[in-house]
Ligand binder design. Structure first.
Ligand SMILES: [Zn+2]
Length: 166
């Protein structure tokens, strides 16, 4: 014989059973003169689409990136400001994926050994209550191109001028 379950058979689920844990990924463009992995100007606002590009930031075959030392120093400063530990050894990796804003098929990023890890900042609300915010990492990653879609005329554009920023 089957019996209908009583309310004791069901676990009461309310929002008090859960604790929200929110993670944010924040992107920052550093104020360097040149892009992260080439010598193209980083001042791309208001410039012609696809200007300020070179074989490196276009991802042409055989073009090899080189590191912007100024950007590394600024990333270290950000890490220190966030209370992070600066890794004595750090390196870049390729994050492979295909998307039109990434013509070479991979993005230069940092996964295993980012520049800065394990920080913490304290924030205060308008009532004077303080909360600590853990910082997982501060790493560098090249920016992708910008896609612009014009609906109704089936036209999409890729603007490469910001590719290769941080
Ligand atoms: Zn370039």
């Amino acid at each position: 014989m089957l019996r209908a379950p009583t309310t004791n058979h069901f676990r009461r689920v309310t929002m008090s059973n859960y604790q929200p844990v929110i993670g944010l990924e924040v992107h920052v463009e550093l104020n360097t003169k040149t892009k992260m992995f080439c010598r193209c100007s980083a001042d791309y606002f208001g410039k012609e689409p696809n200007s300020q590009t070179c074989p490196v930031c276009l991802g042409l075959p055989g073009a090899l990136p080189y590191i912007n030392e100024e950007a590394i120093k600024k990333c270290i400063r950000i890490g220190l400001a966030l209370g992070c530990k600066i890794n004595p050894v750090s390196y870049f990796e390729r994050k492979n994926y295909f998307y039109p804003d990434l013509p070479k098929g991979y993005q230069i990023s940092q996964l295993v050994l980012p520049i800065a890890v394990g920080g913490e900042i304290e924030v205060e609300n308008d009532k004077g209550e303080k909360t600590k915010v853990r910082i997982n990492r501060a790493h560098q990653e090249e920016d992708t191109a910008k896609l612009t879609h014009q609906f109704g005329i089936q036209n999409s554009k890729v603007k490469m001028k910001r590719r290769g920023l941080w």
